[in-house]
Design a protein around this ligand. Structure first.
Ligand code: G4P
Length: 527
């Protein structure tokens, strides 16, 4: 292994911040960039955050998403580390994008609002992290506002996110009386002054029983703090880096992103404990980042919505070796050698052409339809990286051709949009009709618009009442055949040709499970 490569890998930290909308992801991202010197004023990040006013107007949303290509990945240097933050769309209708982004990160920071606790989207995203054993750090935000008791929050994190937690900082009051946090990890007191720009100063404390603590935060708060810390010591495990790296223990920080409070503590701890790029399991073998030969995969495709420039950016995560501009790489699915003249890197909100990139880095490749989500590029070896399984969509509609002269265009459009990961396609085994499954209503609008503007095809939607798509399997082929025959009206295939049972209600699904005990039903495509 070359020393240069090893050094580059070791200093990389590639992660995503995930949260339920409004918990403070954008604010936290911005503050991290401020510390990295990547931006100089607050308010400079136009991230993938979609403004609330625009929730019903997806064109507006797309405009905002368009602006945010440059902020899809935000790279910056901090204390000798190269940090890559992968942005994820806040809007829940684009949750699939977020799932896929999670395949490209080595760790995750979860932001939780102290008043709201764990919310739906966080729960779902955590399921994906658990599937992949992604190391997780939790930031409990908005301590400057009234909120819940921190012990309650810890309980909820543990129960709802199904992960062991241990606090590394501990708040002294919250809301109007919030005085700061005690840093359990580094033994010190960080006192709070409400301010958007300044950074709190650390007061080193050897012993929390020191009278200095009473002096700084007042006697009654000092007494409470000592009691809390004793309880924490008794109830929560000591922080263990290995457990964190295995995705079994999540350290918890408390702070206020808006006030830049607790953010530096989080970042300093993050760079120390968060993993550098890890080996990636491919179908053929495990690929280690320090291997000399380049490999990487496409985890996201960002389409340009401007019909005059029908181009996309394929986001490639470098998994091993060094990626170089203008070097020929093998596109495994099509078995073509491709060279990239203008690969871009994302540093500090700016896109610029890069000469080289290392494991953990994300390279943007301008594309006109050569890439699909999950495609692998290598120096030559045939490798297939495992993608993320598909999850059952929440909403379903039949897609119909509304312009018979354009059926070819419609076919092509649907195929390409599905390759891009815009939604999921199922084909009914009963009547051959195409069913599109999405996470939210907006995706239907996006598909219709894009089919028209990019492919000149017109589609219409017809309602179909479905509850879940369940991938089925059985060790008993006869049982499987019998089930498919009995339920043939409700059977479909996904785009890989796998059998899917389209249950029209929870009741029907439960009945099917009872009546066909030899069949296993899965709500994701990997089992
Ligand atoms: P998101 O990306 O997770 O959706 O959340 P975002 O950072 O946009 O934060 C949502 C709202 O919460 C914003 O207010 C933001 O200013 C506020 N916020 C974030 N961190 C804190 C905090 O530590 N304390 C308090 N009190 N508020 C916080 P907004 O009014 O919705 O938007 P804006 O007009 O301020 O941008």
């Amino acid at each position: 292994m070359s020393e240069e490569l090893a050094k580059e890998i070791k200093k990389r930290r590639t992660f995503a911040i995930i949260s339920h909308p409004d918990a403070g992801k954008t604010t936290l991202t911005e503050k991290l960039l401020l510390f990295g010197g990547a931006i100089h004023v607050a308010g400079a990040v136009k991230s993938n955050k979609i403004k609330k006013t625009a929730t019903s107007d997806w064109m507006e949303i797309e405009k905002q998403r368009g602006i945010s290509v440059a902020t899809s990945v935000m790279g910056f240097d901090y204390e000798g580390y190269k940090i890559n933050i992968l942005d994820t769309p806040g809007h829940q209708d684009f949750a699939e994008d977020t799932f896929r982004t999670l395949t490209a990160v080595d760790s995750v920071i979860i932001v939780v609002d102290v008043a709201k606790g764990v919310e739906t989207q966080t729960r779902r995203l955590m399921e994906v992290c658990r599937m992949r054993n992604t190391p997780v750090i939790i930031f409990v935000n908005k301590l400057d506002r009234e909120g819940r008791d921190p012990f309650d929050i810890l309980d909820e994190l543990e129960n709802e996110l199904k992960i062991k937690v241990t606090p590394l900082t501990w708040p002294i009051n919250i809301g109007a009386k919030f005085k700061g946090v005690y840093n359990i990890y580094e033994q010190g007191l960080d006192l709070f002054t409400p301010s958007k720009q300044t950074i709190s100063e650390r007061i080193e404390i050897d012993d929390v029983n020191s009278p200095l603590v009473d002096e700084l935060i007042g006697e009654s708060d000092a007494v409470k703090l000592r009691e809390d810390l004793e309880l924490i010591e008794g109830v929560y495990p000591e922080f263990n880096e290995q457990s964190y790296l295995e995705g079994k223990l999540a350290p918890v920080f408390f702070g206020s992103a808006l006030n830049t409070f607790g953010v530096k503590e989080l970042l300093d701890c993050f760079v120390k404990i968060a993993p550098s790029p890890k080996p990636v399991v491919a179908e053929e073998r495990m690929i280690k980042p320090e291997e000399e030969q380049f490999s990487g995969f496409v985890f996201k495709i960002h389409a340009n919505m401007d019909p005059n420039h029908r181009s996309c950016i394929a986001f490639v995560k470098v998994c091993s070796g060094k990626f170089e501009r203008n070097v020929g790489y093998r596109h495994i699915r099509t078995d073509k050698v491709m060279r990239f003249a203008a690969p871009t890197a994302f540093m500090a909100q700016k896109k610029s052409v890069v000469e080289e990139a290392y494991p953990g880095d994300i390279v943007g490749i301008p594309d006109t339809g050569n890439f699909k989500i999950g495609d692998t590029l290598t120096s030559g070896e045939v490798i297939h990286f495992k993608g993320l399984p598909s999850f059952s969509p929440e909403m379903f509609k039949y897609i119909e051709n509304a312009d018979p002269m354009k059926s070819k265009q419609l076919e092509k459009g649907i195929r390409q949009l599905m390759d891009e990961g815009v939604a999921q396609l199922f084909t009914s085994s009963f009547n051959g009709r195409k069913i599109i499954g999405t996470v939210g209503q907006l995706q239907f609008e996006v598909i219709q618009y894009r089919l028209l503007h990019e492919y000149g095809a017109q589609c219409s939607w017809e309602p179909i009442s479905l509850y879940k798509a369940c991938w089925i399997e059985s060790e008993d082929q006869d049982a499987l055949d019998a089930f498919k025959k009995r339920k043939h009206q409700f059977m479909a295939t996904d785009k890989e040709g796998r059998d899917v049972f389209m249950a029209d209600s929870n009741y029907v699904l439960q009945m099917a499970q009872n009546d066909f005990p030899k069949i296993k039903f899965h709500t994701s495509s990997e089992f």
